[in-house]
Write a protein that binds this ligand. Structure first.
Ligand code: HEC
Length: 209
């Protein structure tokens, strides 16, 4: 369910962006007649796309146990920029239409990287770190940081979270996911030391028994 909605969300967002880009191009190159024709033709499609974006987006935000800051900014940005884009096109305001376009691209980048500055921090966790991971220390950290999505036993699956008791990842790969995140899971590299990440990874392995 979560995966399906998440894919639908991405698909309608991309479709919306493509349509907007074509209209922006027509606007900037002064192809007014073509723009008017396209706007008339896509009026209903735009309404359906807009509704789908907000609908699927609301669902995803609602089931996400811990919305990262970047997502909150993204949601506010989208709510503001969609009406701005509509106004810009209606008034044939090139500058505003361009600003909204850049805003859309920025928000898309934020959604993809889960970061307001697009930083994909890749914390390097050495094999030694991983081997020294201490499951006892990891347990406390796991209970503080992970249970909202994965649950105490790893099986909760909130917001599409993977069942950790069924995971087949090696400890080093678990550490990598914890550090950098994956899919809609945020990474923890900027709030945890490598040794902590390794300890959590060691604890996650014990959830399999
Ligand atoms: C906001 C919800 C959320 C939080 C908090 C969260 N996760 Fe996740 N986790 C997910 C989601 C969603 C996935 C599936 C990612 C994907 O689709 O690729 C996942 C996947 C994983 C995987 C990959 C499992 C596999 O076999 O592929 C591991 C390991 C993992 N999480 C560990 C953790 C640990 C450890 C913590 C705490 C430090 C944590 N997660 C916190 C949502 C979360």
């Amino acid at each position: 369910m979560y995966k399906g909605i998440s894919h639908t969300h991405l698909a309608v967002v991309l479709l919306f962006l493509v349509l907007y880009t074509v209209k922006l191009f027509l606007l900037i190159t002064n192809k007014t007649a073509a723009l008017e024709a396209l706007r008339a033709k896509t009026k209903v499609a735009d309404m359906i796309l807009g509704t789908l974006i907000v609908g699927t987006g609301s669902y995803l935000a609602f089931v996400h146990p811990q919305l990262p800051m970047a997502y909150i900014v993204k949601i506010i940005g989208v709510i503001l920029s969609i009406p701005l884009g509509i106004i810009a096109m209606k008034k044939s305001n090139k500058a505003l239409a361009l600003v909204v376009f850049v805003l859309f691209l920025y928000l898309y980048g934020v959604a993809e990287t889960k970061s307001l500055t697009f930083s994909k921090e890749n914390k390097l966790i050495t094999t030694l770190d991983v081997e020294r991971g201490d499951a006892v220390q990891g347990k406390t950290l796991y209970e503080n940081l992970c249970v909202s999505c994965h649950g105490i036993d790893g099986k909760l699956g909130a917001g599409g979270a993977y069942d950790l008791s069924a995971s087949v990842l090696k400890r080093a790969d678990i550490a990598h996911v914890i550090a950098n995140g994956r899919g809609s899971m945020v990474g923890f590299s900027n709030q945890l030391k490598a040794s902590d990440i390794a300890s959590i990874a060691a604890y996650v392995e014990t959830l399999r028994k």
